[in-house]
Design a protein around this ligand. Structure first.
Ligand code: C2G
Length: 129
């Protein structure tokens, strides 16, 4: 039974998020998602997410293709998260292409093409206007 792990903020959940989660789930039998904490997001992107980590965890966990969620508190803990969750595959969007190749000693690393023309930032802008 192959376990697939992916990571992301999944703020203002949109079709690009759903599509990558569905494609990741199709690589195995169990999909585990590390949802970035509010603090990690602030340090990474310089702003707090629109939806809190508790809300984002609940939204992602409710998707049919997702089996388990946990809070990703540090980018430095990837190797630990991968082994703690028994990941056979790490799946990420190609905005991260090459960045996680170092983990190919413990799992298969797959990058998916991002869904074009949709992003949390663009949605926030559109609503603002
Ligand atoms: N994504 C996508 N298509 C989009 C937008 C996002 O395929 N149009 C993918 C991203 O490539 C990523 C996932 O959806 O794999 C989650 O995107 P974000 O929430 O933007 O994740 P990010 O903030 O990049 O966090 O440890 C890694 C980080 O936690 C990743």
């Amino acid at each position: 039974m192959a376990t697939v792990l992916t990571f992301g903020t999944f703020d203002v959940l949109h079709i690009g998020h759903l599509r990558i989660l569905e494609r990741a789930a199709a690589l195995g039998e169990r999909l585990v998602v590390g949802v970035s904490s509010d603090a990690l997001n602030i340090s990474k992107k310089g702003r707090a997410p629109v939806f809190s980590q508790a809300e984002r965890l609940q939204l992602v966990a409710a998707l049919r293709c997702v089996d388990e969620v946990f809070l990703e508190e540090s980018l430095e803990l990837k190797r630990h998260y991968l082994s703690a969750h028994g990941a056979d595959v790490l799946a990420m969007g190609d905005d991260w292409k090459g960045r996680f190749d170092e983990f190919s000693d413990i799992c298969r690393v797959v990058y998916f093409e991002r869904t074009p023309a949709v992003s949390t930032t663009a949605i926030i802008e559109k609503i603002r206007l």
